[in-house]
Design a binder for this molecule. Structure first.
Ligand SMILES: Cc1ncc(COP(=O)(O)O)c(C=O)c1O
Length: 390
């Protein structure tokens, strides 16, 4: 049935999930898995978090959808709280990461046009990045396999080598509208931005280039901070968020500094579903939890424990000449390099009741819930080790 009526763009899948609670999911045969994929970094609070479920249920019973023709209290509250938490001035809501990046690119170009600089429309990005599957986001994505076969792509995009600060300095000119970057390139292989590159981005910004931080995967607590770009000392002009923002419901956002927001006028952009009250209610519940005193500090401490145990594990295994390590990433966007067959390893993990993801060519990616417990981290290491032996 699956092969007959679902487009086969995701390839064959053979695990049917029917239920989730916290860090655990169950398949249709009753098998239980420790979930370190969490909907690909979406369920920051794990499955079926009571605060998210209660917020969604309450909102469902009052107003499910009304469109952006009207003011919606949950959407206004989320905009206010998000801007407060992220140090930004205005929010535009959409439904996904690619749509957020698409919006940010439009806003950047529109800003310069509004300033009388219509020729300033170049968008720079980096190899190994992933910004999404719609046309502008795809044009900015620095992976040939994502773009191949879909041309012609929109004009004005240029992809530079990642972490090559000299290439960025040389590429920036008066026609450059913006640079879009991931503070840690997640899908492309968990590649962190080096300090020299962050410095070159700051210089570009000082030369009149807008910085668009794609925090779709890194933001909202995943790396232990609200925003990974700030940890690099960057002050983006535009920030894109999605994945965890809606607590499991589709919700994306572009956050803008006032100077950019002032360039966007009625009718310039929009979305029917964006900022849907139910998704925003879920978002408020997630944000409330992330901002609870001690939550992020606690998540950082547990991520540090996971990192220490992962390092000990891969060091132990690599000592036998096996292709494990090093450990990569930050916070709960983590994992380790593996010089073997990633698909086979994922399968071995699954047989041990553990779901893991991959990144780039050779990274086993772990994206646990930010509230995974100490015991569950122990369980994760145990199951990983058994899968490695396998
Ligand atoms: C950094 C980043 N940007 C954008 C996207 C695209 O998000 P979506 O799949 O919601 O369109 C992703 C998805 O993995 C991502 O990791």
């Amino acid at each position: 049935m699956e092969q007959q009526h679902l487009l086969q763009n995701y390839g064959p899948r053979d695990l049917t999930l029917v239920r989730g609670s916290g860090s655990w999911v169950w398949d249709d045969k009753g098998n239980q898995y420790l979930d370190c994929v969490q909907g690909v970094a979406v369920n920051a609070l794990g499955h079926a978090h009571p605060a998210v479920v209660a917020a969604v249920q309450a909102q469902l019973g009052s107003l499910m959808h009304a469109s952006n023709l009207y003011l919606l209290p949950t959407q206004m509250k989320l905009a206010e709280e998000l801007c407060g938490a992220m140090g930004m001035d205005a929010a535009f809501f959409c439904n996904s990461g690619t749509e957020a990046n698409e919006g940010a690119i439009k806003f950047a170009r529109r800003h310069w046009q509004d300033q009388g600089k219509a020729g300033k429309l170049g968008i720079l990005s980096f190899t190994h990045s992933f910004h999404g599957r719609t046309y502008a986001s795809m044009a900015a994505t620095g992976q040939e396999k994502i773009r191949k076969g879909f041309g012609p792509l929109p004009e004005g995009f240029r992809i530079l080598p990642v972490n090559d600060s000299g290439a960025l300095r040389a590429a920036v000119n008066e026609d450059t509208a913006a640079v879009i970057f991931e503070p840690i390139e997640a899908e492309g292989g968990i590649i962190p931005m080096e300090p020299a590159m962050a410095q070159a981005l700051k210089e570009a910004q000082a030369r009149g280039v807008l910085l668009i931080a794609d925090e779709v995967q890194t933001g909202f607590g995943r790396t232990g901070e609200m925003l990974a770009a700030r940890a690099l000392g960057l002050e983006p002009d535009l920030i894109t968020l999605a994945k965890p923002l809606g607590g499991g419901l589709p919700l994306g956002a572009v956050l803008l500094k006032k100077s950019i927001a002032d360039s966007i006028h009625a009718g310039d952009h929009g979305s029917t579903f964006g900022g849907n009250p139910v998704a925003c209610a879920a978002g408020l519940a997630v944000l409330g939890e992330l901002r609870r005193e001690g939550f992020l500090a606690d998540a950082r401490a547990r991520a540090a424990k996971l990192r220490g145990e992962l390092e000990a594990l891969v060091t132990r295994k690599a000592a036998n000449g096996a292709p494990w390590g090093p450990v990569v990433g930050k916070g709960f966007l983590t994992g380790f390099r593996y010089g073997g067959d990633l698909g086979a390893f994922q399968k071995a993990c699954r047989e041990q009741g553990l779901l893991v993801h991959r990144a780039g060519q050779d990274v086993v990616r772990l994206l646990p819930a930010l509230n995974i417990s100490h015991e569950e981290i122990g369980e994760l290491i145990d199951r990983l080790e058994k899968a490695m032996v396998e």
